[in-house]
Design a protein around this ligand. Structure first.
Ligand code: ZN
Ligand code: ZN
Length: 464
């Protein structure tokens, strides 16, 4: 079109920018932005909203905000684009703040902005903001929207409030497979396997024409693992292809290996790993090694190490990851005290109360030793893709957040911590002990599930 001497205008740009966003091509995006300015379209609301959305999707959130900030009359679409951008790059606080500002402007959010802001609340486990948004959604009747209601279900599931998740789910007039799967997975990950399986059969029996998908089976297999239902697990796994023409993905193999490994069927688990059509990843090997550790099968462990020699040391795994451009996400934990969110990194010393926090941590370590607890380093291999281990075993971000929680809340308060990565095996053991000798209920929501530590045990019953 340009060769023919025509230049794009404010009607063409939004489509071009959308196409570019789908390609995640930031370089082309910046070029197009230049053309926008050249064509004198930089004050057009549609063009700018597309630019915000494009920069947001490519992770160039500062550029996105700059364009957004310059839009004189921001409509809901523009606000949605910036909220999505912040949620997409994990700046969830900013996303929630933007949503508040949208409401302050007297605008009415649409389903997209609600879904995105709920995703932000879910990701950082911000119960308070999520509940407030729930009230708002209910008030304006948006709860009738299937996407919004499903996001709400997902939010409550991941915050461990199954009661509210259930009431939102039951109230839905229309449910799609995502709604059903969220609820099934929710029951499974909150340690309610029977409810998960019952709901699956209810879904099939409703004859609504909804067919299970891969996520539904992750929930089912996870439920079987929790309940130790090996035969049922095998049946569901086999039915994926035979009955529902679904191809098992790596996460389904991971669930099966976990189920078989925990139940002591180590050879079968090992065979399954060997028969997988794709290469096993750290999660699958981790599940198998976890089973070996549980059943003290050291011979198989050695077999696994020699058979999968490229996993033999952590450094190699790390180099594979960096070759593939997989960026390691730093571990963060959040804790809210009196309405203020405190954030901690691994080995963090930047908090104003840092000295007191480390003093408390020292006290906790003493308490742990007194209980005969020894830090476990054999988790190093399993969790290596998640978090740095060797230098920081004592001060993972969740331990820091808990130490801070202990010194800054009343003796009977529950301590609620949210972590962006999976909680490691060592921290999980340690927190169980800490909950006993401090007499505190400690709730940790990691990226995978919800752990409620009380008097020396965890609600996940070590299935996570
Ligand atoms: Zn840890
Ligand atoms: Zn747990």
């Amino acid at each position: 079109m340009r060769k023919e001497g025509l230049s794009p205008d404010s009607f063409t740009f939004p489509f071009l920018l959308k196409a570019c966003a789908r390609l995640l091509d930031s370089k082309l995006g910046i070029k197009l932005h230049g053309l926008v300015v050249k064509a004198g379209c930089e004050s057009d609301a549609f063009v700018n909203t597309s630019l915000v959305s494009l920069y947001g999707k490519c992770g160039f959130i500062d550029n996105a905000f700059k364009v957004f900030d310059d839009i004189p009359e921001k409509n809901v679409a523009a606000w949605t684009a910036i909220i999505s951008g912040y949620t997409g790059v994990g700046k969830c606080r900013e996303a929630i703040d933007m949503f508040r500002r949208l409401l302050d402007m007297g605008l009415r959010p649409d389903s997209f902005s609600l879904v995105r802001v709920l995703a932000a609340c879910t990701r950082i486990g911000d119960l308070r903001s999520g509940e407030w948004i729930d009230d708002y959604i209910t008030k304006i009747g948006m709860v009738r929207n299937v996407f919004v209601a499903t996001s709400l279900v997902d939010f409550y599931v991941k915050c461990g409030n199954m009661e509210r998740a259930c009431s939102v789910f039951d109230g839905m007039l229309e449910k799609d497979i995502v709604s059903w799967s969220s609820m099934i997975q929710g029951y499974a990950s909150n340690g309610l396997p029977k409810e998960a399986l019952d709901l699956f059969f209810k879904m099939l029996n409703e004859k609504s024409g909804i067919e299970p998908d891969g996520n539904t089976f992750v929930g089912l297999l996870c439920a079987c693992t929790h309940a130790g239902l090996v035969d049922e697990g095998r049946q569901y796994f086999n039915s994926m292809e035979r009955v529902f023409t679904l191809t098992p993905e790596i996460e389904h193999y991971g669930c099966m290996v976990d189920l078989l490994g925990r139940a002591g069927f180590l050879d079968e688990a090992h065979q399954l790993v060997k028969s997988m059509p794709m290469e096993a990843n750290a999660i699958v090997w981790g599940a198998l090694l976890g089973g070996c550790r549980l059943h003290r099968d050291t011979q198989l462990v050695e077999d696994i190490y020699s058979a999968s020699h490229k996993w033999d040391d952590a450094a190699k795994i790390r180099s594979i990851m960096s070759e593939r451009g997989i960026k390691k996400v730093p571990g963060y934990s959040w804790i809210e005290v009196d309405g203020v969110v405190h954030e901690f990194l691994v080995g963090d010393t930047s908090h104003p109360l840092s000295e007191k926090i480390y003093a408390k941590l020292g006290e906790l370590v003493k308490g742990l030793k007194a209980e005969g607890y020894v830090p476990t380093t054999d988790y190093v291999l399993f969790d290596i893709e998640e978090e740095e281990k060797e230098h920081f075993i004592g001060c993972h971000s969740e331990k820091l957040a808990i130490a801070f929680g202990l010194i800054s809340t009343a003796p009977n308060d529950k301590i609620r911590v949210v972590k962006n990565l999976r909680v490691c095996g060592d921290c999980h053991e340690a927190i169980k002990h800490i909950s006993r000798f401090t007499g505190r209920e400690i709730i940790v929501r990691d990226n995978n599930r919800f752990h409620c530590f009380n008097d020396g045990s965890c609600s996940c019953k070590d299935y996570w």
